[in-house]
Structures are given as structure tokens and as C-alpha cells.
Write a protein that binds this ligand. Structure first.
Ligand code: PLP
Length: 428
């Protein structure tokens, strides 16, 4: 076969874009070369429906070993008793959890998308809002923190079957113990979706949901710095006190129901190459160098929040406990969309984001979300966070000035040149 020059040229261009630009999208990161190598390996060729030791295909003896190692490493990393490493993505992980635990039409209570929640937590455009009856809690207007009073009030009123906590754009820690108490009062299951702060939780920098929540789901590619994918975990192999049944009407252990909800419930063959890459990433996340990294991610979060605040920006909730900040740009007279477009021209990538009680549409928005996971992987520290905020501010203060955007772009390249990505540094 002739080499596909077109696609590989575009991939080279994408690498250059990543190397030169400032990546501030809170859900992105840069994987190590060994994670990429595993993700691009021969395991992509293998069908392996089922679980290690119980497959529907022959020749699975080696991928069985790979998947077993991935499971054991994930258990060790999160101190979990049961793990399924097969979900293709975070959305797939949540779909499987809901399929295992809910019946169509059941009530769910999630964190409002426009306050920072995720589509899969009950949005009307997502399966979660179409198949189930969604109810929501949000943040308090005055503080920007989750309104736990509202959460309790709606839970007591609606008696949902599942309460979902976790977010895509929320910079504070969660009170999982409180949520569990409320859930116990109404007989609900608690799902914590830790997709964003998974790395911080794994290394003890934020409250651990596993002792409190029945089920925990996550993506593997954000702060955790693995390949794109999902994961479902439980702190205990719950015995299914709710009497949840398989499609054939059998009552099984929760772990068993969740495994079945992944395959055959929502997926076909697992991506064993991605599972191999997850295994590599989990070992990396258990290392001392990752601990140093994730501590710095959190420090950089605090530094970036402080630098924006000192330049007169309004951070939702006034700061951050994790790797991201949500900035309300209304006092700057710029929309999230205009800011995103102008920043891209300066090779700074962020995303526009609704802020709580936003008066603009999701396509325009009043805010932007900024994260530190990717730039910290490049080796950037507090000093560079200040430099980044200065560059972002320069763009936002004059977003239509092409000449100035071009000058800022050159400054961005100068900064990123000092922190090479996949040349020497990224190779560990
Ligand atoms: N859950 C949360 C909280 C997320 O932030 C995301 C992705 O942004 C997802 C789930 C979905 O993950 P994926 O894009 O892998 O489907």
C-alpha cells in the first residue's frame, strides 16, 4: 500500500499546532510517547468481546494479560475494589452505568449543564435526558459553589433513582459524604463522574469519592493523562441491595451488572490497544514523577486563578481547588465566542463556556474555561502561568486587532519553544 501522504501530512501539521500553541483546554493533555506507542500498536487488530478469561473469540491469551494488568493497575491507582477498563469514552461509561442501574423513565438528578455539568448527566439532547427523566441542581448565585440545599430539596421532592455528581466546568471539590446521605434518605444510587479531576483524586489532592459513592466513572485522557477512553469503578463490590436485574431478570452483583452493561449492553469489542495504553498510563500515574506533575497542575491552577483575578477577571466561585478556572467575561465586554476566536488566532486554545445564570446561548456564552493539565505536562510552572494570563489578557483587551494578535502569536511560540513537547522532554 502506498503511504497515505495526505493524512500523514495533516497529522504532522496537527503535531506542529500542538507543539507551537498554548493548550489551555481543561479536558486536554499530552500523553507520553509510550502511551501513544501502545495506542498505535498491533492490539488494534484483535477482537476480544467479553472479559479476560471469558471471551467470545480465540487468540485472546495475550490481550487477556494486558487487560488484567490494566484492571489491577487501575484498582491500585484509585484504591478500587472493582474496575471495568473497557468503556470507549466517558460518555460510554456513563451510558453503561445508567443502563445497568435504571429503567427508561426513571428519575435522575444531575448537575445542570449550564452550571458546569456534563451532557450525559441528563441533558435533553443526550441519551441521559431522553431515556430518563432528568432533574437538576446548580450552583448558588452568590458563591458559585454547588447548592447542596437545592440538591437535597430536589432529591427529597423527586426521589430520583440516581444522583449524579461531578462536572466539566466546576473548579471546586465535592462533598460526596453529604450527597450519599441525601441519596440514602431517598433510596438513590450515587454516581460520581470524576472525568476532569481523576488524576488529582487518584493522588490524594482532592476528596476521594470511592468511599462514599456507589459507582465512579471517569475518562482517562484529562488530568489522568492517558489515552482517550473511559473507566467504571466501585469502592466495594456492592451486592445489589436494590435488586437490579439483568435483561433476563436475574439478580446479580453490581459489578456483574456493570460489566454486562458495557458489553454486550452498550459496546461490542473492547479497544485492546487503548486498554494497553490505559495500562501504561495507570503505571505512569502511580509514579513519583506523576505525583510531582499533578501537584504542579494544582499549583498552576491556583496561580492562574490568582493572576486572572489580579487583572480584574471574575472567576466563578472566586478561585479553584483543581486544574481549571471558569471565567465570567461579562465585565470585560467580550463574549466567550469572541474570546475563543481571537485566542485561536494567537495560537492559544481555550473553549468558550456557559457560566452559571448565563444570559447568552451555548454557541455564544459569557465565559471561557481554562485548564492547566496540558501546559504543566510541558513543564510550565507558576511563573509561566502569569505569562500565559498576560498573553490571554492582551488578546481579550483587543480581540479584533489582527496586528496585535499576530504579535501575541509570536510571543506564544517563543514561550512554547522553551518547553518542547515530543522532542527530548515528552519522551520519558
Ligand atoms: N463526563 C464529564 C464530566 C466530562 O467532562 C466528559 C468530557 O468532557 C465526559 C463525561 C465525556 O467524555 P468523552 O468525551 O470521553 O465521551
Amino acid at each position: 500500500m502506498k503511504r497515505d501522504k495526505l493524512i500523514f501530512k495533516l497529522l504532522d501539521e496537527e503535531q506542529q499546532r500542538q507543539e507551537e500553541g498554548l493548550e489551555l483546554i481543561a479536558s486536554e493533555n499530552f500523553v507520553s510517547l509510550q502511551v501513544m506507542e501502545a495506542a498505535g500498536s498491533v492490539a488494534t487488530n484483535k477482537y476480544a468481546e467479553g472479559l479476560p478469561g471469558k471471551r467470545y473469540y480465540g487468540g485472546c491469551q495475550i490481550v487477556d494479560e494486558i487487560e488484567t494488568i490494566a484492571i489491577e493497575r487501575a484498582k491500585q491507582l484509585f484504591n478500587a475494589e472493582w474496575v471495568n477498563v473497557q468503556p470507549h469514552s466517558g460518555a460510554q461509561a456513563n451510558a453503561a452505568v445508567m443502563l445497568a442501574c435504571l429503567q427508561p423513565g426513571d428519575k435522575i438528578l444531575g448537575f445542570d449543564l449550564s452550571h458546569g455539568g456534563h451532557l450525559t448527566h441528563g441533558s435533553g439532547v443526550n441519551f441521559s435526558g431522553k431515556l430518563y427523566e432528568p432533574h437538576f441542581y446548580g450552583v448558588k448565585k452568590e458563591t458559585g459553589y454547588v447548592d447542596y440545599d437545592q440538591l437535597k430539596e430536589v432529591a427529597l421532592r423527586e426521589k430520583p433513582k440516581m444522583i449524579i455528581c461531578g462536572a466539566s466546568a466546576y473548579s471546586r471539590d465535592w462533598d460526596y459524604a453529604f450527597i450519599r446521605k441525601v441519596a440514602d434518605e431517598v433510596g438513590a444510587l450515587v454516581l460520581a463522574d470524576i472525568s476532569h479531576p481523576a488524576g488529582l483524586i487518584a493522588r490524594g489532592l482532592l476528596t476521594d469519592p470511592l468511599p462514599h459513592c456507589h459507582i465512579v466513572s471517569t475518562t482517562t485522557h484529562k488530568t489522568l493523562r492517558g489515552p482517550r477512553g473511559g473507566l467504571i469503578m466501585m469502592g466495594k463490590d456492592f451486592e445489589n441491595p436494590w435488586g437490579l436485574k439483568t435483561p433476563k431478570g436475574e439478580i446479580r452483583m453490581m459489578s456483574n451488572l456493570l460489566d454486562m452493561a458495557v458489553f454486550p449492553g452498550t459496546q461490542g469489542g473492547p479497544l485492546e490497544h487503548i486498554i494497553a495504553a490505559k495500562a501504561v498510563a495507570f503505571a505512569e500515574a502511580l509514579s513519583d514523577s506523576y505525583l510531582k506533575y499533578i501537584v504542579q497542575v494544582k499549583k498552576n491552577g491556583a496561580a492562574i486563578a490568582e493572576a486572572f483575578t489580579s487583572r480584574g477577571y471574575e472567576i466563578v466561585s472566586g478561585g479553584t481547588d483543581n486544574h481549571l478556572v471558569l471565567i465570567d467575561l461579562r465585565n470585560k465586554g467580550v463574549t466567550g465566542k469572541a474570546a475563543e476566536n481571537a485566542l485561536v488566532k494567537a495560537d492559544i486554545t481555550i473553549n468558550k463556556n456557559m457560566v452559571p445564570f448565563d444570559d447568552k446561548s451555548p454557541f455564544v456564552t459569557s465565559g471561557i474555561r481554562i485548564g492547566t493539565a496540558a501546559v504543566t505536562t510541558r513543564g510550565m510552572k507558576e511563573k509561566q502561568m502569569e505569562a500565559i494570563v498576560a498573553l490571554v489578557d492582551e488578546v481579550i483587551m483587543d480581540p479584533e486587532n489582527e496586528l496585535s494578535l499576530n504579535k501575541i502569536r509570536k510571543k506564544v511560540h517563543k514561550l512554547t519553544e522553551q518547553f518542547p513537547l515530543y522532542s527530548d522532554k515528552g519522551k520519558e
